[in-house]
Design a protein around this ligand. Structure first.
Ligand code: F6P
Length: 539
């Protein structure tokens, strides 16, 4: 697979030269003289540290990767995004999530953003203090965020990550799936008099969210909330306020976002209202400040030391030259439990594209499959395959140096596991070493206890999981996506690929629920599935 950029072919040649080299040899004390790999390949930005040294890179690799980024126009695309130019051409939109965390008064849309943020803060404070009451006069104790994709994953991930900063009087819930079990399991034991629903949808037309919102409204009314008091329990967040009002939410209860905020980049906008209620406006500002720190780093640091650029280009190195299909995100932090699912949307919806900006199809690979699970859990599940399987899966380990809890020896154990995994994946175990471990009585064990090693990992270090460091971490991945999308010459900010399934979903739903009529217009498989389900739904 090729890319027309000249450095692409230089990297191809370089790859052939170093593909069989071993990290273990590069790290051997005799070879790893000062400045060591750890010294040469450790970088930092926005308060985040990144050890890239256990990647299959040399100084020459990084030089070429940075040259490729430069050649692809990463700096120009980055600057165009920050300035508010149309960098999402298929939807004719600017992409300005960075403006949401900018502090400068001359930043794009600063006035609108500040006004909406003040409205959010006033509301969040009222809910948090108990001044905002439900239809019986009780304070709000449960906040149910109803949204899906970008209107769910970001807020859910952040609220979970910062649970240690949450106001104890309020519990946050997140409902996304159109499977009624999601909503029902959440609200079944809640008291509607103490519950606030935040309906979050940029378009306010999304099937799942609107279905859940309607059922939520019915639940309030059925449990005694007078229609006239629904405004005390319902707020909406959308770029389509007219539709929110049409749904029946009071105009004062509508929080606006704008078309220049992409769904998967929107947690910094009013989409983050549930975050603000959970942790308070001050901590929300800290989250924004952390993202702004990373924005500044991305905007100003030389590409050679620019974390989003380096992370993005290393991803390209494995995806396009080693042919890795996926990469793993392993946060050694329970707080970051939902980071991998958040990153799945961010990376795969952004860069899972086949058409280049000029409309021609790519003939090289784009987005890797992003997946992940917190450590150490993953070690007892799928790490076997990472160590001895036949597929190369590069890994981002994320370690938080200071624990949020007071529990004795947990944290050194957690960190030890994180660092030991990257060491083991890098070193592997040779045949000779395996023979020693197996001993003279068990030579047949040798192939089973050999590890190929040379498995590349990046370790990101965060001092403590605060709102600020989390903001920086998220922004790091956001910008990494832009870097990769630029090199792949695709539009990272549209998502046409979700449309076909939505259109066919409406047709199938009509067939499933239409009384009588025979289902004909599908292939034999889909028709048979519909027929089976129709029979079951009638029961
Ligand atoms: O279907 C995909 C998608 O459009 C995502 O891009 C978006 O985050 C999600 O659906 C939810 O959209 P909305 O916020 O408009 O309900």
């Amino acid at each position: 697979m090729t890319n027309p950029l000249p450095t692409w072919s230089a990297l191809q040649t370089h790859y052939e030269q170093i593909r069989d080299e071993k990290l273990r040899d590069w790290f051997a004390p005799a070879n790893d003289t000062a400045p060591t790999r750890a010294e040469r390949f450790t970088f930092s930005g926005g308060g985040i540290g990144a050890d890239l040294s256990k990647n299959r890179i040399t100084d020459a690799t990084l030089e070429l990767l940075v040259q490729l980024a430069r050649e692809a126009g990463v700096e120009a695309r980055r600057d165009a995004m920050f300035k508010g130019e149309i960098v999402n051409p298929t939807e004719g939109r600017a992409v300005l999530h960075t403006a949401l965390r900018a502090t400068e008064a001359n930043a794009p849309f600063h006035k609108e953003i500040t006004a909406e943020r003040a409205k959010m803060a006033k509301f969040a404070d009222a809910v948090r203090s108990g001044a905002w009451t439900g239809y019986t006069g009780k304070r709000i104790r449960h906040v149910v965020n109803i949204g899906i994709g970008g209107s769910d994953l970001g807020p859910k991930m952040v609220v979970h990550a910062l649970q240690h900063l949450e106001l104890p009087e309020i519990t946050s819930h997140f409902v996304s799936n159109v499977d009624g079990a999601d909503l029902w399991r959440t609200i079944e034991h809640l008291d509607p008099a103490e519950t606030l629903a935040i309906i979050v949808s940029k378009t306010f037309t999304t099937l799942e969210t609107m279905t859940n919102a309607r059922s939520m409204r019915d639940w309030f009314v059925k449990h005694g909330c007078p229609e006239g008091d629904l405004a005390k329990h319902f707020v909406g967040v959308s770029a389509n306020p007219a539709e929110v009002v049409k749904f029946g939410i009071a105009r004062d209860n509508v929080f606006e976002m704008w078309d220049w905020v992409g769904g998967r980049y929107s947690l910094w906008s009013a989409v983050g209202l549930s975050i603000m209620i959970a942790i308070g406006p001050k901590q929300f500002d800290e989250l924004l400040a952390g993202a702004h720190d990373m924005d500044e780093h991305f905007r100003t640091a030389p590409l050679e030391k620019n974390l989003p650029v380096l992370l993005g280009m290393i991803g390209i190195w494995y995806r396009n030259f080693f042919g890795s299909q996926s990469y793993l995100v392993a946060p050694y932090s329970e707080a970051l439990h939902f980071l991998p699912s958040y990153l799945q949307q961010l990376e795969m919806e952004s860069n899972g594209k086949q058409a280049r900006l000029d409309g021609k199809f790519v003939d090289y690979a784009t987005s890797a499959i992003t997946w992940g699970e917190p450590g150490t859990n993953g070690q007892h599940a799928f790490f076997q395959m990472l160590h001895q399987g036949t597929t190369l899966v590069p890994i981002d380990f994320i370690a938080v140096l200071t624990p949020e809890h007071p529990l004795g020896d947990h944290h050194p154990k957690l960190l030890a596991n994180c660092f030991a995994q990257s060491e083991a994946l890098m070193l592997g175990r040779t045949e000779e070493e395996a023979r020693k471990v197996a001993g003279p009585d068990k030579p047949e064990l040798v192939p089973h206890i050999m590890f190929p090693g040379n498995r590349p990992t990046t370790t990101l270090l965060v001092d403590a999981l605060t709102a600020r460091s989390l903001g920086a971490l998220i922004a790091l991945y956001e910008h990494k996506v832009l870097v990769q999308g630029t090199v792949w010459d695709i539009n990272s900010f549209d998502q046409w690929g979700v449309e076909l399934g939505k259109i066919l979903g409406k047709v199938v739903e009509a067939d499933l629920t239409a009384p009588g009529a025979e289902v004909k217009q599908h292939d034999s498989s889909t028709s048979a599935l519909i027929a089976r389900a129709r029979a079951a739904l009638k029961r």
